[in-house]
Design a protein around this ligand. Structure first.
Ligand code: SF4
Length: 84
């Protein structure tokens, strides 16, 4: 299943849990540490990681939802771990 990752930066507290647990999916801004989504649409292990990150976010700022079949959503094929 493909999932789309969304983040409500207004709710983000900049705690950095998402970037810590899923550095291939999330980063933080340099100024206030709010979340930056690195991969919008994910599947497989990356999708499982996105769900885990959403569950770990202390403010509930991250959400994931299934991508509708036939959606024109942009898919990123970047490797799960760019540092590997
Ligand atoms: S874990 Fe939640 S509150 Fe913390 S930086 Fe990520 S989105 Fe923001």
């Amino acid at each position: 299943m493909w999932l789309r990752i969304e983040a409500d930066t207004g709710r983000c507290a900049g705690a950095g849990m998402c970037a810590l647990v899923g550095p291939a999916l999330f980063d933080q801004t340099d100024d206030d540490g709010t979340v930056v989504i690195l991969r919008r649409v994910v599947s497989g292990e990356a999708a499982e990681l996105a769900v885990e990150c959403a569950g770990n976010c202390p403010t509930g700022a991250i959400s994931v939802r299934p991508v509708e079949e036939g959606s024109s959503a942009q898919v990123c094929h970047a490797p799960a771990d760019p540092g590997a």
